[in-house]
Ligand binder design. Structure first.
Ligand code: FAD
Length: 473
């Protein structure tokens, strides 16, 4: 019998699993895709918002504020990047300046550090801000992270401490028995935590009529290369509107720039194609930023926000079905809020159901090997020990064979081209895998003993090879 089954391996599911992994509990994570973090967690603005913006009194507001304060320590614990670069919310008219005044009031009430700057003062630090900007709200506690690496690290460490992860496992049946649940007619579990993102309502509907309906709002982005002068150094927000936080410019932890997102409802919850949303992004961006170097654009992507009709997160044990916990409607600021959500769900909703102790022995994960961050001496030392670290596979992002082998041969390791790319960046650079992708395919094949046709680009339906063109290859 499983104690706690978590459905969905996005950032919420992974951080809940990670907190539970510290206790003597039998924990299982079920994920329908072939890797973790392939839902909203894998495609977003990658920001830890300061908490200045959510509506007062909402769960979004509560968990964003708490999460922002926890993030630095969470990332240090998981040994993943956290960069507190700060943000400017910029106004271009008197009406927008008044919206900044409202945000200032919220910052004061919420004890969010801030500073108000004139347009000229803001342009001293950010010369590419539009000349129309008259006022800026500086939010120094805004940070950027790599949300999928937070997720992968949390899941890896959980697995090192006996949490089970079953990938390619779609939950499509749940029956409530006397004191346990039966999932897909085979898994018995005392507690279920529903972290299924856009599909949270589908999961709940397997048991009862869901108290919420998830609709997805797509957000599309451009990605700029990190070479040359960086466009902006802070996150640049317009003033928020009823539609959300607006089109941003976000410097990532790797110094790429994300430009986006739009926010449009889409029928298909898993439709992440890019298209006309990008025209909107370009138009909106021109109001806040000038000199945008679109010739440095190397990639576009989209992610879907799981929006529920209640307009807030829905995080609680089910009113009717004890042992079934909802972590639903986790749209923005879900990345920012995730550590605080995990803490609350584990400490206040799960642990009181079990009388368990902390594990005596806990195994810490080792960070991914990242030669880009090493000194020349450290690199030489590593290459001396293992020459695979001297074999460059990705020229744009300078990733070696040794680093790629490392991210494959781990708990929660990569099994696809995208899985390798997300973990150690081959294909993230200017050529977008044009040079390195065939090599990455061969490495995956060799390390995982797969046939060529079995190597996937990302999700299971993303087959890229059908057969060899020449038989002797
Ligand atoms: C465009 C965009 C921009 C955003 N920007 C930010 C930002 O800058 N800062 C911020 O704080 N937040 C941001 N967010 C919000 C944030 O990305 C989400 O709130 C967060 O990733 C949600 O995580 P999750 O774990 O709840 O869901 P997900 O990451 O979606 O994970 C759900 C998982 O459940 C799995 N699943 C679904 N159904 C089943 C099933 N039947 N069986 C098994 N598994 C199943 C899915 O495959 C998926 O892996 C943004 C979101 C978007 C889309």
């Amino acid at each position: 019998m499983i104690d706690v089954t978590i459905i969905g391996a996005g950032i919420c599911g992974a951080l809940i699993a990670h907190k539970l992994s510290k206790f003597n509990l039998n924990v299982l994570v079920l994920e329908k895709e072939n890797d973790v973090a392939l839902g909203a967690t894998g495609a977003n603005s990658a920001m830890v918002h300061s908490g200045h913006d959510p509506k007062p009194g909402t769960l979004k507001c509560k968990y964003n504020l708490l999460g922002n304060r926890m993030y630095k320590d969470v990332c240090a614990d998981l040994q993943v990047d956290f960069d507190q670069i700060g943000a400017y919310v910029v106004a271009t008219s008197l009406e927008e300046e008044q919206k900044i005044d409202v945000l200032v009031k919220q910052c004061i009430e919420r004890e969010v550090p801030y500073e108000v700057l004139t347009g000229e003062q803001a342009r001293v630090n950010e010369p590419n801000l539009s000349d129309n900007i008259t006022k800026a709200l500086s939010l120094p506690t805004t940070a950027v992270v790599t949300p999928w690496l937070v997720t992968m690290a949390a899941m890896e460490e959980s697995m090192l401490n006996n949490v089970q992860l079953r990938l390619n496992y779609e939950v499509n049946q749940i029956n409530k028995k006397d004191d346990y649940f039966l999932i897909n007619d085979e898994i018995k579990t005392k507690v279920i935590v529903n972290c299924a993102g856009s599909h949270c309502d589908d999961i709940t509907n397997l048991l009862r009529v869901s108290p919420y309906k998830v609709e997805t709002k797509k957000g599309e982005y451009y990605v700029l290369d990190h070479t040359g002068e960086q466009l902006v150094h802070h996150v640049i927000y317009p003033v928020p509107t009823a539609k959300g936080k607006g089109v941003l410019a976000v410097p990532t932890v790797h110094h790429n720039i994300l430009l986006g997102p739009n926010s449009d409802f889409v029928e298909d919850k898993d439709d992440v194609a890019t298209g006309t949303g990008l025209d909107y992004v370009k138009r909106e961006l021109s109001k806040t930023i000038k000199n945008v170097p679109f010739n440095k654009m190397i990639h576009t992507f989209a992610g879907n926000r799981p929006h529920i009709d209640l307009n807030d997160f829905y995080i609680q044990e089910d009113d009717e079905i004890k042992g079934f916990i909802h972590v639903a409607g986790i749209e923005s600021p879900g990345i920012s809020a995730a550590p605080a959500i995990a803490k609350d769900v584990v400490e206040n909703m799960i642990l009181p159901k079990f009388s368990v102790a902390l594990k005596q022995k806990y195994i810490k994960r080792k960070p991914y090997i990242n030669m880009a961050k090493m000194s020349k001496e450290e690199k030489n030392d590593l290459i001396h020990k293992d020459p695979d670290f001297g074999k460059l596979i990705c020229r744009c992002e300078k990733v070696s064979l040794g680093e790629i082998k490392d991210v494959i041969n781990r708990e929660c390791g990569a099994t696809t081209i995208k899985g390798v790319k997300m973990r150690c960046r081959p294909g993230m650079g200017r050529c977008q895998g044009g040079f390195c992708e065939p090599e990455v395919v061969k490495i995956i094949q060799k390390q995982l003993d797969k046939k060529l046709e079995e190597v996937k680009l990302d999700k299971n339906n993303s087959q890229i090879f059908t057969a060899y063109a020449k038989e002797d290859l």
